[in-house]
Ligand binder design. Sequence first.
Ligand SMILES: [Zn+2]
Length: 246
Amino acid sequence: MHAGRSPNMSYPTKIAPSRRSLLLFAVSASCLRLANIVDAKEAKAPPKPDNLLSPDAALKRLMEGNDRYVQGTSRGDDFKRERQVLVDGQNPYAAVLSCADSRVAPELVFGSGLGDLFVCRLAGNFVNDDTLASVEYAVAVLNTPLILVLGHDHCGAIDTTVKSLHHDKPPPGHISSLVAALAPAVTASRQQTGDTFANATRQNVVDNVNKLKSAGPILNAAVEQNRLKIVGGLYRLDTGRVDLLS
Ligand SMILES: [Zn+2]
């Protein structure tokens, strides 16, 4: 049964390095092809060249879009063409962290088309691990030069938090997680003069802008290198105007 093969012959050990080499070569070649594909994808021209803006120019464009929205001007988008342009990539010129409120629609508020805004929405427009990860992706991978934290008046999440803290009674279900996130801003607003609700709404935006600015390792470095601007704003339900916070 061992005919033609001496006990000292070691086909497996002679053949094995060869197979390993072939396998390593195949894996290396595959990795190289994959790397080339990724490089080629990253190196190719962005789908929306007009979106390659400095942080200040991005903010200017955002607010000009809001002006058009306030005036009620329609962009007349050619969505069929825009969809095709954006199939293989995106380079939004701004990221917006806004409330989930149905009356606050960032793409409409800023007169933007497909591929222009990277929008994260959740009730109360605050930073948690998930929203932070999302905006980090926009900045680190998509090179987005601007982040806007957008609060708004008559916010239900703020209202719920104010009432919950006032009555010392948690809301039902998972809504309590919103209250926990917004409580610091509401508590701080009690020390301020003027309308508590408006102050809390503003404070929440300010707090989350600061949170993003100091978030390492991606956002704080981008701000430091002037590749990124992070600002806060308040959307006015009646006029549609966004007031930037200084
Ligand atoms: Zn809201």
